[in-house]
Write a protein of this length. Structure first.
Length: 80
């Protein structure tokens, strides 16, 4: 299992995304996931890991989306 939790900078970005009415659905989804992993040892679920991976591979994803996606993927199970 991953022994990582969301860092302060990514948590701040996630909070900003959730507070913005202009954030996309994928950004909100990823932000919720990474915030739920702040200060604990929860890991990213399989479905969210797939969403995050797709966001990282997409040429259309913004820097903010990729930051949140990278955090989510880094906190997934290594065995997947």
């Amino acid at each position: 299992m991953a022994n990582k939790s969301t860092g302060k900078n990514v948590a701040s970005t996630a909070a900003r995304v959730l507070g913005s009415s202009s954030s996309s659905a994928i950004q909100r989804s990823l932000a919720g996931s990474v915030l739920s992993q702040t200060g604990n040892s929860k890991v990213t679920g399989k479905a969210m890991e797939a969403k995050a991976s797709n966001a990282l591979l997409s040429g259309k994803s913004s820097g903010t989306t990729k930051t949140l996606a990278a955090s989510a993927v880094s906190q997934s199970k290594k065995s997947r």
